[in-house]
Ligand binder design. Structure first.
Ligand code: ZN
Length: 182
């Protein structure tokens, strides 16, 4: 068995005229050729759920030394704990046995460049304001603390004591832990 990370991307020159999705589908075909059923249970081996920003520079499995099957990965813009993140964590804990939660935000996040005005700009453009908050932030440390607090106070979660938050430095690859109380 291999992972997609060990296979090079399909170069554009190999598939002239192909869309990016075509390239992904071709990469998958090659991946499946070398794939063998790992026979795994759906429950994460390490009983951990990682909530992280969707930023393309963060290779979560490599950065955290994770293997296939080790964890649940929940990603969104900012790695913020929204109602939908709580939905996934609740299913992760109650149906699939995870007990620890790791939150990862990062330096240079796109959400630092936005404000809640983004919603109003959308409303001006399309005539409808989204129901969701942008979850923009100015202070990444404080945003990690807020996310930890949202997990710790959720009534739906079974396990709220092992919750730790970090900022990933996209230039060094290092995590910096955030003290929830400072
Ligand atoms: Zn980000």
């Amino acid at each position: 068995m291999t992972t997609s990370a060990s296979l090079p991307a399909v170069p554009a020159s190999e598939l002239p005229g192909a869309t990016v999705t075509d390239r992904l589908v071709e990469a998958n075909r090659r991946y499946a050729e070398q794939f063998s059923d790992p026979g795994m249970d759906a429950r994460p081996v390490l009983h951990v759920a990682v909530v992280a920003c969707m930023d393309a520079r963060i290779d979560l499995h490599k950065a955290l030394g994770l293997q296939l099957g080790d964890c649940h990965t929940i990603r969104n813009a900012g790695g913020v704990v929204t109602d939908d993140t709580i939905r996934s964590l609740t299913i992760s804990q109650r149906a699939l046995g995870t007990r620890a939660v790791v939150l990862i935000h990062h330096t240079g996040c796109g959400l630092e460049a936005l404000t809640e005005d983004f919603r109003h700009e959308l409303e001006d453009e399309v005539g409808q304001r989204p129901a969701w908050a942008v979850e923009a932030f100015r202070d990444v440390d404080q945003d990690v603390r807020q996310s930890m607090q949202r997990v710790r106070t959720s009534p739906f979660l079974l396990h709220r004591d092992d919750v730790r938050g970090f900022v990933f430095d996209v230039t060094t690859g290092l995590l910096r832990e955030i003290d929830p109380l400072s």
